[in-house]
Design a protein around this ligand. Structure first.
Ligand SMILES: *[C@@H]1O[C@H](CO)[C@@H](O)[C@H](O)[C@H]1NC(C)=O
Ligand SMILES: *[C@@H]1O[C@H](CO)[C@@H](O)[C@H](O)[C@H]1NC(C)=O
Length: 393
């Protein structure tokens, strides 16, 4: 059995006198107090040491964090430098490409080229009678404005090319029936989603992204293999005319946009159709249409290849085909065809579009505003153009 020291002290005290007892007790208590004091001072020392260690630890952590911050800063600067270098490289590449434009036609043997050229010349021989005196051609892109992100990756938006109103039309997707009309572009920009739009229900779904709005009517190609062009009155919301597009064995007109077979496009001269057929599979064809009757007035084979084309637009009877790559990079106008032979590929500037999100699913030129309504991966973008005059031949 364990015996407490106090018990021993008391047992020892029993044999002593009262004064002796008191003295012994005092001595004992003093010894105990000394021991306790020693312990307290030991604790005190330990606590101090711990506090010191904690302080040191904290300092270490702080300096570690500071170092990490510094490293991050260095990394960020490095990345910025790299970005700048990549940008510069891109600009240099653009410049080089401007100096040595890629030839639009490659790997075709001479005889074939001769045959094709003769054929094209035959077909394109008839002189085009211009309806207007417009002589504008694009010289560069002056500004780009991202108006909104609304809808899916592919679609079309445009203003009426002729009518003097501010209405903006949105065709979301590549096979739908609801057309959205906003009273102005500003209204579109301010609208939460499509909430401020008037919904216009079309009787047939459209196919692809090749629609246009011209003089109060929507012109679009009905979804399916029939390639029926529909003319739809936007005022009383009725189909006023329709016609099967008279080309055989059609193929998607732009290599990078498989949904679009016919791209209806309008400019100062009126209504055009950009399309492609199996017969001249490598290149894009052009047709002038009568907006009143949907009759085809004249057709051309252009020298512009379908391969790597993403979209096109027309200004004053000149078609500008825009090319990209499968993994979207910078879009550029790399082939032009002028029905009145005033602009050749050589005197057309190689126009690069500013860097964007994906690739253009549609480009719609507005002659009154001299700007292009573009749909890029769901973004509605405006490109303001610098124009110059076509040279007289
Ligand atoms: C737009 O079309 C896409 C399909 O391309 C669809 O997923 C999306 O819901 C549509 N957006 C609106 C607002 O209708
Ligand atoms: C709609 O307006 C057009 C003229 O733009 C007219 O030819 C057509 O008959 C009208 N349709 C209806 C249902 O009112």
């Amino acid at each position: 059995m364990a015996v407490s020291p106090l018990f021993i002290v008391f047992t020892a005290l029993l044999g002593l006198t009262c004064a002796q007892q008191q003295q012994a007790l005092l001595d004992y208590l003093e010894r105990r107090l000394t021991v306790i004091e020693d312990r307290i001072s030991l604790w005190h020392d330990q606590t101090n040491r711990y506090a010191g260690e904690l302080r040191e630890f904290k300092q270490q952590i702080v300096s570690l964090i500071e170092n990490a911050e510094k490293d991050r800063e260095t990394l960020r600067t490095d990345m910025e430098n790299t970005n700048t270098r990549v940008d510069r490289l891109e600009r240099e590449m653009d410049y080089l490409e401007t100096q040595n434009p890629a030839p639009p036609c490659v790997e075709v043997d001479d005889k074939l080229v001769e045959q094709q050229v003769t054929k094209v010349k035959e077909k394109n021989k008839r002189k085009y009678e211009k309806l207007t005196d417009c002589r504008d051609m694009i010289s560069s892109i002056k500004a780009m404005k991202i108006l909104k992100r609304l809808g899916g990756p592919k679609g079309t938006w445009t203003k009426d090319v002729v009518a003097e109103n501010q209405k903006v039309y949105v065709f979301n997707g590549t096979g739908q029936t609801t057309l959205y009309e906003f009273s102005t572009g500003r209204e579109l920009a301010a609208s939460p989603g499509l909430s401020r739009a008037k919904h216009i229900n079309l009787p047939f779904p459209w196919g692809g992204t090749g629609h246009t709005v011209y003089d109060g009517h929507a012109y679009y190609v009905k979804e399916g293999n029939e390639f029926q062009v529909i003319k739809f009155d936007l005022q009383n919301e009725t189909v006023v005319d329709s016609a099967v597009f008279p080309a055989e064995d059609q193929v998607p007109v732009y290599g990078l946009s498989p949904e679009t077979y016919i791209d209806l496009s309008a400019d100062e001269e009126g209504l055009w159709a950009i399309y492609a057929t199996k017969e001249n599979e490598k290149n894009i064809c052009l047709a002038k249409m009568d907006p009143k009757t949907l009759d085809i007035e004249q057709m051309w084979d252009t020298p512009c290849p379908r391969e790597n084309a993403e979209a096109a637009f027309i200004i004053c009877g000149t078609v500008y085909v825009v090319y990209n790559t499968k993994l979207p990079s910078r879009s550029r106008v790399q082939c032009v065809y002028d029905v009145s032979d005033m602009v050749t590929n050589e005197d057309a500037p190689l126009v690069y579009f500013p860097k964007r999100y994906g690739s253009h699913s549609s480009l719609k030129y507005n002659p009154r505003e001299k700007q292009i309504y573009a749909w890029d991966d769901g973004y509605q973008i405006l490109y303001k153009l610098n124009m110059k005059k076509k040279l007289e031949v």
